[in-house]
Design a protein around this ligand. Structure first.
Ligand code: DAH
Length: 386
């Protein structure tokens, strides 16, 4: 652009032009420069620079021609400069507009090319999730009890002390509350009653019996909370399944038969079961249910164990520590005192209840030695149980 810029910055007299004929070459030269510039404007930015260089009001080439060539020209030259300038202006304007359209449609074309969908490309693979192992164990246990006539109910994780303790025959200063020293919720001052995170699923025994007359046969899967310090076998949140069966003629035999059936379905037919006397305020008698150690086949020694991982160097089974039995869960016949809280006639009805710790059962069945892995949700762990 330098040459015609220089020329249009000068007056015609300084270029030595005095006669109209001499204008022809001058304008032809300008037009040639314009056409060359025009071809260089390939995108929006360079096109704008190019347009301003030629049509800019203050210092565009056409303005310079008007100011430096047309206005100062004498009458004779003026008419010819005017005519040539008009012709050049028409050419410049139409070519600049044509160039704009060309650039626009060109960018549309390249956008189309860019956005074209290639159906032959491989798709996005979205990994399919699976149920958490705890959920799977819940499901297994629910299926077993469902198949023998139990239904499944769920209850609130935020409870009142009445349902969590009192109605289960655990009065305020009863020592078993120490084990369940728990999380109370902060409530606005004066609000009643106090609320706590349930420490077990047993409150649903009461809620179910309040709502429904016997016969009752339910299991209650759910999350429970205790003020426990986390270690390999403790967590402040864990999972239980409560069971409750109440009817007019339920005996201790029904109770043990049901539990044994469940344990054999869950661990396999070869395990043996036993129960030991225990104590819970809401059952009488109360028992603790044990299963013969599924890892050493109930021998207590390492010889029959499934893998070297499950044995210790000393030859005793590392899972049951040589005891041959593993404690599974607490249970018992419903204490008649409990019926008093739900308006059941303790003389006419009887039943049994149990509370199974799911995390513990899952750890036993799947050989997991740290309860914390259930809550860490490391996918490398979760993927092992698809
Ligand atoms: N609720 C008891 C606990 O969390 C477990 C339990 C024991 C539940 C005996 C029962 C039962 O229903 O009969 O420690």
């Amino acid at each position: 652009m330098t040459e015609h810029e220089n020329k249009t910055a000068k007056l015609l007299v300084h270029l030595g032009i005095t006669r109209p004929e001499e204008l022809t070459a001058l304008f032809a030269d300008l037009r040639g420069r314009f056409d060359a510039d025009c071809a260089c404007a390939q995108d929006e930015t360079s096109w704008k620079q190019f347009r301003d260089a030629w049509l800019g009001r203050k210092s565009g080439v056409l303005t310079q021609i008007t100011d430096n060539w047309l206005k100062p020209a004498g009458a004779e030259l003026k008419r010819a400069v005017g005519a040539a300038l008009n012709e050049l202006r028409a050419h410049v304007e139409s070519r600049i507009e044509a160039r704009r359209l060309a650039i626009e449609s060109g960018s549309e074309e390249s956008a189309l090319a860019r956005e074209r969908v290639d159906l032959s490309l491989p798709g996005v693979i979205r990994p399919i999730g699976s149920h958490h192992l705890i959920r799977q164990v819940f499901q297994e246990i629910e299926d077993i009890f469902f198949s023998i006539g139990f239904s499944i109910v769920e209850g609130p994780e935020i409870e009142t002390p009445y349902y969590n303790f009192e109605a289960l025959n655990i009065p305020e200063f009863h020592p078993v509350r120490d084990d369940m020293d728990t999380f109370y919720l902060e409530l606005p001052k004066g609000a009643k009653p106090p609320l706590l995170l349930r420490t077990h699923t047993s409150p649903m025994q009461i809620r179910t019996m309040e709502k429904q007359k016997p016969p009752v046969r339910v299991i209650v899967p759910g999350k429970v909370y205790r003020r426990d310090n986390p270690d390999a076998t403790h967590s402040f949140a864990f999972h239980q399944i409560e069971g409750l069966a109440v009817d007019t003629d339920i005996t201790f035999c029904d109770f043990t038969g049901t539990i044994e059936y469940f344990v054999k379905q869950f661990f396999g037919p070869s395990v043996k079961t036993r129960f030991r006397p225990s104590y819970f305020p809401f059952t009488e008698p109360s028992v603790e249910f044990d299963v013969s150690c599924p890892f050493c086949g109930g021998t207590g020694t390492s010889t029959a164990s499934r893998s070297p991982m499950e044995t210790s160097a000393s030859g005793t089974c590392s899972k049951c520590k040589g005891a041959a039995w593993i404690e599974l869960f607490g249970a018992g016949m419903v204490d008649p005192a409990v019926y008093g809280f739900v308006n059941y006639d303790a003389k006419k009805v009887s039943g049994f209840a149990f509370g199974i710790g799911i995390d513990r059962l899952a750890m036993l069945k799947y050989g997991i030695d740290d309860i914390q892995v259930f809550f860490q949700n490391d996918v490398r762990f979760l993927r092992q149980f698809p």
